[in-house]
Ligand binder design. Structure first.
Ligand code: ADP
Ligand code: MG
Length: 692
């Protein structure tokens, strides 16, 4: 046999039984080579420890059962039709029920089919499982009697259409096993011994055909480690590459900053002072700052950004401030100009829908260096924006942006410092994963004048009382916000909900001024509404979630969140942070419309704590990273087996290993395979990394 025949790059079309149709189906799932196939892992395993006999099952237990379909078919009730199947494994019967898509299931499940069924046991005239997850398997799969461990692969519909089923998959994977000897490791054997990891060969072999539960576990552990390792490698390289961007040290302690601190009308908190020192330390150094500023909603991050911006301007550099929404950019523009006017620093706002002429003038002034500070949304990273000497980039509320967009901005400045601010306090292990390329500063103290915001969950029956209370607050000079959620299907219905609500509320609040604001409005309209709310000619602001991040109206004392069960906790926390910014006692009313056990539990977290860290932690646990981050962001993690929440120790280990390797071999010259995989998985996030 020739060497090349057993290359890992061998196309899967050379494997037995893979014709053009199957080939296409695989290709559509990004499987082209034997190597790709070997990296397609089972999503579940059947073995003695996981498969139960029906005679041993208990109610409410989540189980896997293997059995045959004895009878099945559609049954019509008065209200709907459902699909039922009786599964038997020789020790008893379980009824499987699908309420939805009966016709569809009917085509998939037939009498005498052998299934591995996964689900929670319920009891109603006998054991049953509602909407079970299932795999159609073959008679040769018999983990109970053979004691083997059988991997079940994720079978997409596309696979099923071309008869790529478990039997086929197993056979194919068997065939790929002869290529396993070709797998080279990223790490040397000493490394594997030190870190107590098994070889990649062994891990890949056992992930498909585990010869013992223990070896399966060690394989998963090794492959998980790799996933964390490459992400950490990316982060470490990103961070180190930024260290090599040299800058002219800034002079700290100019007059303008001092003057502003004198005029603020409040004392900076110790936490703010500490963070300002950390930042000053960075920017007075020789390499570019790369710092993440974490501070809960309302902890006073903006003034920190302003003071930092002033240092940059006093050192003759320009500053770019990026906000996630136009409303927030606008608000920053207001707060910045208010303060910067005191010290004659010029500041401009640039957003998407600006009059052409105005925009052009700003761009020219920016290029000529006549504007010191520019504030905007992502419009700032468009190619048309040029700077004379961009020295500092501040990114507010990074959570909305994802990791990637910094690079674009960095390319615009010669040696820009970067300060990222976020109110989403993410758990520690996640911080080293997600923000592992930055240094971390935390504002862990609220301004002293803050009072705890009283949070109450109410159902719609108590809404009238809430409205009465709002009227009282308004008559004593306060303002209120009512938020409607984003409905998942279309953005239109989000708007419809707010518009509907607005009409109804107008009848409830007769002599009170209401304003409606939503994302589909023109900028001028939004600005008008916001300015009316700021100067208290609008008493109640009815809004879609456009106000989520950052808005600062110290006089607002009540926020009512409609359909609060639809929001993530971090989002609720953000929203709640819109009030309680002034001296008045403030309230957050969570209107629960559709009550489930889970929604109750989640909303209670909001009642019980105002600590952003706890809330973020709970949110992450309840929703998982996929929902916690935006899709774009979670795509960044590329995880197949790894898990951000439970792999803390492994993440730290991966981090240390990555750091050690980069310290010794910063361009990965002696780690060719490692470099190749990094490039394959992550080159789009390289930013300033140069290893090729
Ligand atoms: P966030 O961290 O959520 O961006 P902001 O910077 O918008 O918070 O600050 C919220 C409010 O608190 C603003 O009105 C700001 O002027 C005020 N503020 C900031 N720092 C202090 C402080 N040390 N003492 C009192 N008020 C402060
Ligand atoms: Mg803010």
């Amino acid at each position: 046999m020739s060497e090349s025949k057993y290359s890992l790059n061998t196309s899967i079309k050379y494997l037995k039984g893979v014709g053009p149709k199957k080939m296409q189906a695989f290709n559509n799932s990004s499987i082209y080579s034997v190597n790709d196939l070997l990296n397609y892992y089972p999503r579940r395993y059947l073995d003695r420890s996981t498969v139960k006999l029906i005679k041993d099952i208990k109610i409410h237990e989540s189980v896997t059962i293997i059995g045959n379909i004895e009878v099945c078919g559609i049954r019509r009730t008065r209200k709907r039709s459902l699909f039922e199947a009786i599964l038997s494994d020789g020790t008893g019967f379980v009824k499987l029920i699908w309420f939805n898509g009966a016709k569809y299931i009917k085509n998939l499940i037939k009498k005498n089919d052998r299934l591995a069924v996964h689900g929670k046991i319920a009891f109603f005239n006998g054991y049953q499982i509602l909407h079970p997850d299932y795999d159609k398997i073959d008679t040769d799969i018999d983990p109970i009697n053979t004691g083997s461990i059988v991997g079940l692969y994720p079978l997409t519909n596309e696979f099923k259409k071309v008869k790529i089923e478990h039997r086929f998959f197993r056979r194919l994977m068997k065939e790929t096993q002869q290529y396993i000897d070709k797998i080279d490791d990223y790490y040397d054997s000493q490394f594997l011994v030190n870190e107590k990891l098994i070889s990649l060969k062994k891990a890949i072999k056992n992930i498909h055909f585990p010869n013992s539960p223990n070896n399966l576990e060690r394989s998963i552990n090794r492959l998980k480690f790799d996933e964390h390792f490459f992400l950490q490698l990316l982060m470490v390289l990103r961070r180190d590459s930024l260290k090599t961007i040299h800058t002219k040290p800034y002079k700290i302690g100019g007059n303008k900053g001092k003057k502003i601190i004198d005029k603020l009308g409040f004392e900076l908190t110790n936490a703010q002072i500490k963070v300002i020192n950390e930042i000053n330390n960075d920017i007075s150094g020789e390499s570019a700052m790369n710092r993440l500023l974490q501070g809960d909603v309302g902890s006073g991050k903006t003034i920190v950004a302003i003071l930092t911006a002033i240092v940059a301007v006093e050192n003759n550099m320009q500053v770019a401030i990026m906000a996630p929404t136009e409303i927030l950019a606008n608000q920053h523009y207001q707060s910045f100009t208010k303060i910067l006017d005191m010290v004659q620093i010029s500041c401009a706002l640039i957003i998407g829908k600006q009059p052409k002429k105005e925009r052009k003038n700003i761009l020219t002034a920016l290029k000529d260096g006549k504007i010191n500070i520019i504030i905007g949304t992502h419009a700032l990273i468009q190619k048309t924006v040029e700077f004379k000497n961009l020295g500092l980039i501040v990114v507010d509320e990074q959570h909305r942006f994802g990791v990637l967009q910094r690079g674009n901005l960095i390319s615009k400045g010669v040696q820009p410092h970067v300060l990222v601010m976020t109110a989403t306090p993410i758990p520690r292990t996640m911080a080293i994963t997600y923000h592992g390329d930055m240094n971390l500063s935390i504002i862990d103290e609220m301004p002293k004048n803050r009072k705890k915001i009283i949070t109450k969950i109410v159902d719609d029956k108590r809404l009238l009382k809430v409205y009465d209370f709002m009227k009282q607050e308004i008559s004593s000079g306060r303002q209120c916000i009512i938020v409607y959620p984003l409905v998942e299907e279309t953005e239109k219905s989000d708007l419809a909900a707010a518009t509907d609500g607005f009409k109804k509320l107008k009848n409830v609040f007769k002599n009170i001024n209401l304003g409606l604001i939503h994302g589909k409005m023109k900028k001028a309209e939004k600005d008008l509404i916001m300015s009316k709310f700021v100067n208290n000619t609008i008493h109640i602001l009815v809004s879609t979630t456009v106000i989520e991040v950052g808005i600062d109206i110290p006089n607002a004392s009540v926020i009512v969140i409609e359909h609060s069960e639809r929001f993530g906790l971090t989002q609720l926390h953000q929203l709640r942070g819109r009030v309680g910014r002034g001296a008045a006692k403030s309230y957050c009313i969570l209107v629960e419309r559709k009550i489930t056990q889970n929604s109750k539990k989640r909303l209670q977290v909001m009642e019980n704590t105002s600590d952003g860290f706890i809330i973020a932690d709970e949110d992450l646990k309840m929703r998982g990273p996929g929902k916690f981050f935006s899709t774009e962001q979670s795509g960044f993690f590329n995880y197949k087996l790894a898990d951000m929440i439970n792999d803390g120790e492994l993440i730290r280990k991966a981090r240390n290993c990555a750091q050690k390797i980069v310290d010794k071999d910063p361009k990965l010259k002696n780690h060719i395979l490692m470099k190749e995989r990094l490039i394959k998985d992550y080159s789009q996030y390289f930013d300033t990394i140069q290893i090729t």
